[in-house]
Design a binder for this molecule. Structure first.
Ligand SMILES: [Mg+2]
Length: 132
């Protein structure tokens, strides 16, 4: 279903697992967002360098070449304003601290459910829009 907050936003999906990437695309394309994909941390950094229109990043943590923590730290250096949300299989305290200290705005624990994902992205955008 089209979503007033996500419609026409540009979202970067970073996920190395193809079926997970397709699943996330399927959920988010219905909202009317523009979707860009990256399959590893290095591709994600390149995408952000090339495209200043990316407003929100959904970042897997376990990624080849550069992992999600490293990619988020680098992207945060490049773009102060972009929203970066981690998608992680972990929910341990140490991981939460590492996620926040790496520059992520929020995180979602896998498995990811469509309604929950959309709500978290909308919330992050509302917080960011209110701040600006
Ligand atoms: Mg992965």
């Amino acid at each position: 279903m089209e979503n007033e907050y996500l419609k026409a936003r540009k979202i970067l999906i970073v996920e190395d697992d193809l079926s997970s990437r397709l699943y996330l695309n399927k959920i988010l394309e219905k909202t009317g967002a523009f979707l860009v994909n990256a399959a590893d941390g290095s591709e994600a950094i390149n995408a952000v360098e090339k495209d200043p229109g990316i407003q929100l990043i959904l970042m897997d943590i376990q990624l080849p070449i550069i992992d999600g923590y490293g990619a988020a730290r680098k992207i945060r250096e490049l773009r102060h304003d972009v929203i970066i949300i981690a998608q992680t299989a972990f929910s341990l305290t140490g991981d939460r601290e590492k996620i926040i200290s790496s520059g992520f705005d929020d995180y979602i624990v896998k498995p990811i459910f469509p309604q929950q994902l959309i709500e978290r992205l909308v919330n992050a955008l509302k917080i960011r829009d209110d701040r600006d």
